[in-house]
Design a protein around this ligand. Structure first.
Ligand SMILES: Cc1cc2nc3c(=O)[nH]c(=O)nc-3n(C[C@H](O)[C@H](O)[C@H](O)COP(=O)(O)OP(=O)(O)OC[C@H]3O[C@@H](n4cnc5c(N)ncnc54)[C@H](O)[C@@H]3O)c2cc1C
Length: 478
């Protein structure tokens, strides 16, 4: 029997296994090929999913923009390929099932899949009945296949700020639950405690890859979907034909000059942060920033960490709702107002002027940075100097602050070696790579998991299709 081996049972691997199973069923070839998911974890798949989104799993985004991904052109082509898999069936417009169909079209009805409320309001996707309400706005081609995949699994979600999508149950476990139920139905077999050490290309004239595991065991498969994630990738020995970049953590906190940050350790502020290099703006983010004794953290810092280099400068604007001139005018007016009403001899201290605009600890530190004693009367000149610091506290970047907190790894398999139509390596047909194993990453907001599901679905369906089409590999000894 032929074999599809999926290596890694995280987000991308689970999507790949489910899609492969469904595609084999759709092609009536489930009995001709087995799907085996090899997972390093000794007892469960999808453990990595449980930690995402602070345990809530921000599993996708309602506004996927390929431009925000590293290797954007490759990602865009892959997302388009996934969307066009459904178009290939020749059904419907962008608002109907044809364009939204996902490649997981099986003969089995999934446990928990939504029941069709009426003929007129449903679209049949193989055996999945997915309700499509009249007039409901459906996502663009970039989001739709993943949304339809989860809808078909029975997941209900809600959208939060900036299009972030979370399961309605507000628990990452509910995403994993529907995936595990679908995995059971897909017919894939899971082998736990199997850590891939090396992939060897098929010998000349043969079609089976050799998979060597750290426990000394070997497996063979016609199709291999590599879904080991970023951290897993650094420990896998690849065939030399597949170029690979060393992995490094990104999407995490930044280490900075800590003289200031350690005085504000554990304080959160809503602010705007600009990343500057040689006096030029590299990127800007608004949101919550968390001061740490080693530097800064928070979603806006995580996003900037994708572009940050040692020697860059972070400039923090504590009152981003005001322009420079508005802030100057506000400080001067407030100083004048307070000193007239409450000041001793018509004078007022800086800490009194800043009261209500920011936490006292933050005000103290900003005054110190502007070389002002917060308890002393604030002169007009000092007020303008303080305004400059409030609008742009500058911190020198030293690098990633805490690699363990980083959400993704950059590097891994170079996308140039893979075909975004299928996720297969043209130089080594039969080898597919998905998710974070590839050199693709994106900002916070559900984009990284979206990529994992989308690339996994595409590779799983393509591998299943390929194994059925190919007549090779039968009868090869293991
Ligand atoms: C704390 C945290 C929070 C995050 N939150 C979000 C979020 O809310 N939204 C979002 O979009 N992204 C989030 N991410 C990023 C997201 O989790 C990843 O981008 C995504 O999980 C990548 O999926 P993957 O399947 O490629 O890899 P993974 O999910 O890492 O899965 C890899 C799997 O392969 C297994 N494995 C590893 N090596 C081997 C091997 N050699 N052999 C066999 N099996 C192996 C692992 O055990 C694991 O099960 C978060 C990341 C972290 C760390």
């Amino acid at each position: 029997m032929k074999k599809i081996a999926i290596i890694g049972g995280g987000a991308a691997g689970l999507a790949a296994a489910i899609a492969a199973g469904n595609e084999l069923a759709r092609l009536g070839a489930a009995g001709e090929c087995e799907i085996v998911l090899f997972e390093a974890d000794p007892e469960r798949v999808g453990r990595s999913i449980l930690a995402t989104g602070n345990g809530r799993c921000n599993f996708s985004n309602a506004h996927i923009d390929p431009a925000c991904y590293r290797n954007a052109a490759f990602v865009e082509a892959a997302l388009r390929s996934l969307a066009s898999l459904s178009k290939a069936s020749g059904r419907g417009s962008a608002q109907s099932a044809g364009a939204l169909e996902v490649p997981c079209r099986g003969s089995a009805q999934l446990a928990g899949a939504p029941k069709a409320p009426s003929q007129a309001s449903t679209q049949s996707l193989g055996a999945y009945e997915i309700p499509v309400r009249e007039g409901v706005h459906f996502a663009s081609a970039y989001e739709a296949p993943v949304q339809r995949f989860f809808s078909s699994l029975g997941l209900i979600w809600r959208e939060e700020g900036e299009g972030r999508m979370y399961p309605a149950a507000n628990k990452a476990s509910s995403v994993l639950d529907v995936l595990r139920a679908a995995l059971d139905v897909s017919g894939a077999r899971v082998e736990f405690g199997k850590t891939l050490r090396a992939i060897e290309a098929p010998a000349r004239g043969k079609s089976r890859f050799h998979l060597r595991f750290s426990d000394g065991s070997i497996a063979h498969a016609e199709k291999v979907v590599l879904a080991v994630g970023g951290r897993g990738m650094s420990a896998v020995e690849m065939p030399s034909a597949i170029p690979c970049e060393p992995m490094r953590p990104v999407l995490g906190p930044l280490a900075t000059d800590s003289r200031i940050t350690r005085q504000l350790n554990n304080i959160r502020v809503k602010c705007a942060v600009s990343l500057e290099r040689s006096g030029s703006l590299v990127a800007r983010e608004e949101g919550e920033l968390l001061f740490r004794d080693y530097g800064v953290s928070g979603v806006c810092v995580f996003n900037l960490s994708r572009a940050a280099r040692e020697g860059d400068v972070l400039s923090i604007d504590f009152l981003p709702q005001m322009s420079d001139s508005d802030r100057d005018a506000w400080l001067l007016a407030r100083r004048k107002h307070l000193s007239t009403r409450f000041g001793e001899n018509g004078q007022i201290a800086a800490e009194d002027v800043l009261r209500g605009a920011m936490l006292p600890q933050v005000a103290q530190v900003l005054c110190k940075c502007a070389s002002i004693d917060p308890a002393r009367p604030l002169s007009k000149k000092d007020a303008l100097a303080l305004s400059r610091v409030i609008g742009g506290l500058r911190l020198a970047v030293r690098g990633i602050g805490d690699a363990k907190q980083c959400q993704v790894s950059r590097g891994g398999l170079l996308v140039a070696a893979f075909d975004p139509q299928t996720m297969e390596a043209p130089v080594l047909p039969g080898l597919f790579a998905v998710g974070e194993a590839l050199d693709v990453d994106a900002p916070c907001g559900g984009y990284n998991l979206h990529w994992a599901w989308a690339s996994g679905l595409l590779a799983g369906a393509s591998a299943a299709c390929g194994v059925v089409v190919s007549a090779d590999g039968e009868g090869e000894g293991e």
